[in-house]
Design a protein around this ligand. Sequence first.
Ligand SMILES: Nc1ncnc2c1ncn2[C@@H]1O[C@H](COP(=O)(O)OP(=O)(O)O)[C@@H](O)[C@H]1O
Ligand SMILES: Cc1ncc(COP(=O)(O)OP(=O)(O)O)c(N)n1
Length: 277
Amino acid sequence: MVNKTPQVLTIAGMDSSGGAGVSADLKTFAAQGVYGANVIVALTAQNTMGVQQVSMTSPSMIHAQLKSVVDDLKISAVKSGMLGDVPTVEAVAEFLQQADFGDYILDPVMVAKGGAHLLSDEAIVAIKSSLIPLATLITPNMPEAEVLSGSNITNHEDVMQSASKIQQLGVENVLLKGGHASGKDVYDYILLADGSHFWLKSSRVDTIRTHGTGDTISAAITARLALGDDMKKAIIYAKAYVDATIREGIDVGHGHGPLNHQARVADRHFPEVLENV
Ligand SMILES: Nc1ncnc2c1ncn2[C@@H]1O[C@H](COP(=O)(O)OP(=O)(O)O)[C@@H](O)[C@H]1O
Ligand SMILES: Cc1ncc(COP(=O)(O)OP(=O)(O)O)c(N)n1
């Protein structure tokens, strides 16, 4: 019997150490039980200590990969990660405007944990004008949200205002991730298309093995939406998954180590869902 596995797509960069980018996305897709295709927009020579070199894919090759996927596969949700530069953003935007890939999850990757810049300033402007209006959900971390909203974030009120400003750029739903704040708990904030909002609270794991957390949560949301979850349920489940991958860590590399994508989600991993904090 042939299994009707949902097919999803990631448009992102390769991380040679396997912890972030396309590698993290495909491991996450497999862990959720969906089929993952990949369009590679950049190669990075990278490990847990930093990014050593980047080589961008040509726009024509990006277009060719996207066409090969759309001509054959039935993609029901797509995510983008590292996009790097303006020609890449433009090539992806042009294609997403025409193709029916279902829900589009935009992870606006700007800087890797080791400090390397993975997106040019000009490409940030291009993402705001060309990609944000196409997205079902955007998933900035705090520094990315500050750049996109043009406002500083120092407290929970700032988080809510920043998310609201980002939503006004034309995206339906916003997940503002709280991993970069400090404190014994982590708070992610979600502003949905209908104006409702909630917080996800979980205890912070005291570790530097968090390479690829942003890729992993956005890939897990993409998979859960393809499996039929509504946006709120998809985000809560994806948060539980990334929490498990951090909590049940593995010892790889000498710096910001990767996650354990084989971790299983259990009841104890689910975050608290709060209306106010
Ligand atoms: N030390 C940690 N303990 C528990 N959860 C974390 C930790 N660091 C990040 N997370 C979670 O991982 C996800 C990605 O967060 P974040 O680090 O803010 O994004 P990014 O990887 O894009 O910088 C969020 O759901 C966040 O709550
Ligand atoms: C090729 C590539 N893509 C994305 C990232 C950034 O991934 P992210 O999930 O934000 O995790 P960190 O690297 O910031 O831990 C990357 N490093 N490489």
